[in-house]
Design a protein around this ligand. Structure first.
Ligand code: GLP
Length: 263
């Protein structure tokens, strides 16, 4: 697991955006794994700006989002489909028909989960998966106790997640308690994973992810098993890590090596 500690949220977003831009430069028809939450918004703004400047194109790519609230149709303002349209898809040259988000309004969630897995496989698997992290260590909606080899399925949200996400719902809106989420096994199958976290509220979850044991009690710790995983965080999110100086040293060495190899 590569740990990159940067000074602020803007630097975190820029680092993450560059990984997506490099991936698309290498493979124009890349399969992108995308995430919701407040953390990726700055990264999406950077991708939109780069797309408008002609520095990156999404026209041959496709995307799969991590999760969706069960019970919300895509035109519901709190649905993750709606969020993605507003925050990214409506502003870039991606083919709308090639953007996939689990079907929150499905009559048959079990079949919808299997269909999602099948579609990811048919597209050749996810090349680069963006992740945020919950304060309880969840990735997607894989709450603590999620199976570390789980696949896309219906998950019940933890009370901590419901309260963390309550800020997005107005008093008259009913907040869903169920979701469809890629499983941890689905996420581990991605060829590269990029987890972003900023702010002190994420510091305990990041410490558990990076330096804690591999455990379903912190679903993001499963990324310790990922063959190509990077955790990009700001100083506040890094504040409970013990080995920060070592991670910074490793990153300097990585950058030197990349410069030498022209990567
Ligand atoms: C939601 C999403 C997660 C996301 C998390 C953190 O629960 N299902 O994928 O990582 O929120 O969100 P934020 O970035 O707003 O802290």
């Amino acid at each position: 697991m590569q740990v990159v500690i940067l000074k602020d949220t803007d630097a975190v977003a820029e680092y993450g955006a560059q990984l997506f831009i490099k991936q698309l430069a290498k493979k124009t028809d890349a399969v992108l794994g995308l995430a919701t939450g407040s953390t990726p918004v700055a990264l999406y703004q950077k991708l939109i700006a780069a797309n408008k400047r002609g520095e990156v194109s999404f026209k041959d790519s496709c995307s799969f989002n991590l999760d969706e609230y069960l019970g919300l149709a895509g035109d519901h303002p709190q649905s993750y489909r709606y969020f993605m349209q507003q925050q990214l898809f409506d502003h870039i040259d991606i083919d709308a028909a090639q953007t996939f988000v689990p079907a929150g309004d499905t009559d048959n969630p079990i079949a919808a989960c299997q269909d999602y897995e099948d579609m990811i496989r048919e597209k050749g698997g996810i090349d680069i998966q963006l992740l945020g992290i919950g304060t309880n260590g969840h990735i997607g909606f894989n709450e603590p106790s999620s199976g570390l080899m789980s696949r896309t399925r219906v998950k019940t949200l933890a009370p901590a997640t419901i309260s963390d996400n309550a800020r997005f719902f107005s008093a008259d809106e009913e907040q869903p308690h169920l979701s469809i989420t890629m499983g941890i096994g689905t996420i581990l199958d991605s060829r590269q994973s990029v987890l972003l976290a900023t702010g002190a509220a994420k510091a305990s979850a990041i410490a558990a992810t990076v330096e804690g044991p591999l455990t379903a009690a912190c679903p993001a710790s499963a990324l310790q098993m990922h063959p190509n995983s990077v955790v990009v965080i700001d100083e506040e999110a890094a504040s409970k890590l013990e080995n920060t100086e070592f991670y910074k040293h490793v990153e300097r060495e990585n950058q030197k090596l990349k410069a030498k190899l022209g990567l």
